[in-house]
Design a protein around this ligand. Sequence first.
Ligand SMILES: [Zn+2]
Length: 314
Amino acid sequence: MTPLPKYLQSLQGFFLIMSFVLGTAVGSFANVCISRWPAGLSIVKPRSRCPKCMNEIPWFDNIPLLSWVLLRAKCRNCDLPISIIYPTVELITGLLFLAAYWRFGYSPATPVYMALCAAMVIITFQDLADWTIPDEITLPGLPFGIALSLAGMYWGEASGLRVQSVFDALLGALIGGGILFLLDRITVLLLKKPGMGMGDVKLLAMLGAFLGWKGTLGTLMMASVIGSFVGISVLLYYRKRGDATESAPVQPEAEKAAKKDAADPDEEITLEGHYLPFGPYLAVAGIIYLFFGPELINWYVAALSPSSSVMVIR
Ligand SMILES: [Zn+2]
């Protein structure tokens, strides 16, 4: 991380804590976006209300993380349970902001990458809940990422930015959007199956602008690996459950019944084989690349190099 100037060094701990607190507050706002954007509602007004009793939630019941714990996950007015998703989003955003400060330190890159992390949290949870990726993020995100590369070009290393060439950002966006667009067209036109959708295309184009062409390919690779791993785990899980409930080999009926028990719509859809949400994997992989990209590339190149293969053989 970029070190703090000397006169601020005693405040290091304070900045770390503030990053986390800021992250939970932004996470609270992220929750508003996740629940209102799919319905086409304004995220600015009205103030948050309980969906059951319509009581306006006072500020002291709307403190990130704390209120959920203090209220024991229930509305103060009507006892309606408050989903654990809310504090989860706040906690994850808080931790990511903390990590962004830890990783990028005292540099202009830190606030920008905090915003990128928050954007990826919103995309992940909205895609899981609603199977949509908000244009509200990806459409302005793409030109913003490209503009950011101009700042990286101008300030160079001092900016702390991942991409320091506008050519790299443009190429990243083009490769990211292009690969997924082609994949989508091939699936729809040749295989006659629903493709991954334009939301994913726009998301990887945006990430490409922020992470450059190497970052785009790295993100896509990691997203595919994570996605396959999760997909296979889910399949194995249901196969095991099917075996346990039925002595005969897994029947479609047994699988269907097992699926009905599952509360997670994401898993159900994966098995049904129509729409597979890819957005969460792209978002998670993009964040991993943001934090560890250069190290991952070095590790990957080292693993592929001849000298290391000799070592493996020995
Ligand atoms: Zn209520």
